[in-house]
Ligand binder design. Structure first.
Ligand SMILES: Cc1ncc(COP(=O)(O)O)c(C=O)c1O
Length: 324
């Protein structure tokens, strides 16, 4: 058993995510660059249409069950992948689900919102784009649900708590096994970073295992400094239970593909989405994975990786949004 698995022993988690996720080489990208480029398919975690949130929710749901909660409350944009996954987990575990969804209530429910309704979720819309306002409204909603006598498990945007991040501590262990199976060492893992849980978990896993590769988050919601600080804060909090320390300087965030902000399309993202769809039959999305893929393509074109490196693109899901 590896160091990470040892540290995770005894921490309760459900096993809804179908793991390990596959890893395969993106041969055309390897050919056009001086690196070998691989894709880890966390879009194929299976449960509830998959994506990175399954790894987080396997731990979060266990925590909710252990806390004796009967109601899940989550916050996100109206096309939130996380909220859709909370709806699926809550429904499967017999809990009521309330979603606080930011943005104008659409006339027709599409994409993730369509699935939220199919799963029998109670959706509360807040016509605002301000994440702080969403969290404040969720806090108010929690109070009123508690007044009704419910035991509420409230999760912040993206499920990025020190419990949710454990999903990606564990994913780092899986990446070490992928390396063994493929007979290589990844020099970097690159992916979309937003509410920070994915990156914080990987950073903590890296620290536990002393993994020498880089963990590079392409920020899709905030500028570099703020995202780096958010990842650092959550990684430090997550790391406490494992007795490892986190050095802020080693947290690598790149905001060059953010464009005008969260969920604002960029040409580079659209091109990356099209390339992955047409070349590989892999569907990315325009909010997260398309921007991360655009960042990866920039790095390859600019020879930002040492020639001969093996690079792992972590596909974190999100493609239900294509149907929105
Ligand atoms: C598809 C997808 N990729 C990446 C991310 C970013 O992960 P995190 O919020 O853990 O930084 C999210 C979460 O919001 C997501 O839905």
């Amino acid at each position: 058993m590896g160091k990470i698995d040892e540290k995770l022993t005894g921490i309760a988690r459900q096993r809804c995510a179908i793991l390990p996720t596959p890893v395969h080489e993106l041969l055309a990208l390897s050919k056009m660059s001086k690196c070998r480029v691989f894709c880890k398919r966390d879009d194929l975690t299976g449960f509830g249409f998959g994506g990175n949130k399954a790894r987080k929710l396997d731990f979060l749901i266990s925590d909710a069950i252990q806390s004796g909660c009967n109601t899940l409350l989550a916050v996100g944009a109206s096309q939130s992948n996380f909220c859709r996954m909370v709806a699926a987990y809550g429904s499967a575990y017999g809990m009521d689900v309330h979603l606080l969804l930011g943005g104008r209530k659409p006339d027709i429910s599409t994409g993730n919102l369509l699935l939220d309704h199919m799963l029998g979720t109670e959706c509360h819309h807040v016509d605002s784009g301000d994440w702080n306002e969403w969290e404040a409204k969720a806090a108010e909603l929690e109070v009123s649900l508690r007044k009704e006598g419910r035991t509420v498990y409230r999760m912040p945007i993206g499920g990025s708590t020190a419990i949710g991040a454990l999903g990606y501590v564990e994913a780092m262990s899986e990446i070490l096994n992928d390396e063994k199976r493929l007979g290589l060492h990844f020099d970097a893992v690159v992916f979309a970073s937003s509410s920070a849980g994915t990156q914080a978990g990987l950073v903590v896993g890296k620290s536990i295992a002393n993994w020498p590769g880089q963990v590079i988050g392409f920020s899709v919601a905030k500028e570099q400094e703020r995202q780096q600080q958010d990842v650092f804060n959550l990684a430090r909090e997550t790391a406490i239970r494992f007795g490892v320390s986190i050095d802020k300087k080693t947290i690598c965030v790149d905001d060059s593909c953010l464009g005008a902000g969260y969920a604002k399309h960029t040409k580079a993202c659209e091109d990356a989405v099209q390339l992955f769809a047409r070349k590989y039959g892999i569907f990315l999305d325009y909010v997260y994975t398309g921007k991360a893929a655009a960042g990866l393509l920039d790095y390859l074109k600019a020879d930002r990786f040492v020639p001969g490196s093996a690079i792992l693109f972590l596909h974190t899901g999100g493609n239900v949004e294509l149907f929105a």
